[in-house]
Design a protein around this ligand. Sequence first.
Ligand code: ADP
Length: 346
Amino acid sequence: MTLLQLEGVSVRFAGSTAGNALDRVDLAVAEHEIVCVLGPSGSGKSTLLRVVAGLQQVSGGRVLLGGADQAAVPVHRRGVGLMFQDHQLFPHRDVGANVSFGLRMRGEGRTACTARVAELLDLVGLPGAQGRAVASLSGGEQQRVALARALAPSPRLLMLDEPLGQLDRGLRERLVVELRGLFIRLGTTVLAVTHDQGEAFALADRVVVMRDGRIAQAGTPLEVWQRPASEFVARFLGFENVVPADVSGEWATTAWGKVPVPAGSPQGGQRLLVRPAGVVLGAAGLRCEVVSRTFRGTHVTLGLRPSSGPPLEAECALAGAPAAGDAVEVTFTPDEVVVLPREEGP
Ligand code: ADP
């Protein structure tokens, strides 16, 4: 069942010389689905959220929730919960009053509110925190309170804008796993926005990569990771090994020499991505100098300067990893090679 549907949604800001902030965006979010919108700054992510919330008028297209056109429906009647980056807690009210805010606005009685607040604080891992002052909470605790507040009125769609943006890396990585678990348990439908691809990939059932107000790619994290739809998406995901290539059969001629490509790849002049795991240190192949070695916990990332062609990034096991300055030779494995679809012009 589709809960949220965007049909050809465009937003153009008056006086803006740039293109549309959103340009004919089609997107469907199913009930219980967690969708994460990802993209560089200015790609239209926040505008997308604001349109769905009803905080931003569309210049074209329609937004439907549960099949109903939302054009005439004001923000507070859309049944969506919002949690923004700066989480805007009321600093002079205690935790309980912050969490029950939406419930009281809706006219819920005191007893029902008290019970619901206790339930939500348990849920977000802050049991008994009702009486605490907001100022006494850590950043992570404030995030949990903001989440409890957004969830309190049981919104049919929960929207998160850079939900963990302010927190340090370690805390974010832990919270994102918790959040996903919580949303799955509650069956919450979530539309989240982030510029952090790690966060999006850890949180989402499906990621939507935006570029200049358009969807550059939508798919499961695995699909997007394995098959980036364009050089833009590949580079946005942090892949650097991209070269022009002339593909013929299952081989491509590149500045790095011959590179094997998967069967069925598009032929002729193309752009080629080699994921770092597909650059294999071996006995005979392209000669490279190791210029950097970065410890990644489970593996090592090597920066290589090949004897021909642009720099290469390789991944290898910790044991026996070469050091900066070493000479190595590399070959390529086709299962980590992607012939990138051509980018659409604007
Ligand atoms: P993101 O959230 O991906 O950073 P935004 O949705 O905030 O992107 O912005 C998309 C585009 O719309 C940008 O070019 C931005 O400058 C422009 N924009 C956003 N809000 C406004 C506004 N209120 N007035 C004019 N232009 C805006």
